[in-house]
Design a protein around this ligand. Sequence first.
Ligand code: SAH
Length: 244
Amino acid sequence: MSARNTLANIRIVLIQTSHPGNIGSAARAMKTMGLSELYLVKPKSFPDEQAVTMSSNATDILENATVVDSVQDALAGCHLVVGTSARHERTLAWEVLEPRECSQKITKQTKTGGVAILFGRENSGLTNDELALCHYLVHIPTNPDYSSLNLASAVQILSYECRVASETGDSQTKADETEEVATADAMEGYYKHLETAMIESKFLDPETPKHLMTRLRRLYGRVKVTPSELNILRGMLVAFQKKK
Ligand code: SAH
């Protein structure tokens, strides 16, 4: 898959942006790196002249932007959701990656489906509910005493890293090959979680299980699931259960 196709599957989602100028700057940042999918969740003012001015001719990205009312709408069709965070401390419950590692996971995922990168409000970032939708968080390393980048600058850095990762497929493959396989304990936790979710959704009838779990164990046993992939599987179950 070419770098262009990879980048086309990456969606930049800006949540409740207050300054329309930031939307324009983000569009410019995206276009310079070859990204084009911009989703705006309840922007304060859009369309807006300031956005056009700051986009510096990346107006096609603004014109094609999708404005939605909820984060869930912005995530429709995405297989992987990555949240960006200016802070490290409140994010302990999630795996926090650096942009380089994260963009490698993102470009790998784009081969099988869409990826959304969520950016928060200028004054308060992402809410805990929004963070819970994410499979990973990414934090751009900064001066610990001053860690909050301008929104569009954060979009620029992540878009750049995605571009670099999409152009270095070989080194990505090497990184994948050296990633370890999830522990048996972690897999057991996943199977329990999966079984619960299947029963809750009535996909699995515990009275007549028909070896479903054994067959699924065999299926997962055939592939070497890495810890980060297992994270995605668990994240999906959590998202499905939440949705109910
Ligand atoms: N006061 C807010 C900062 C928001 S900055 C807070 O504490 O969360 C606006 C957005 O820019 C953030 O929600 C995030 O999407 C992005 N951002 C800013 N600095 C970042 C950093 N160091 N790493 C990753 N994303 C960052």
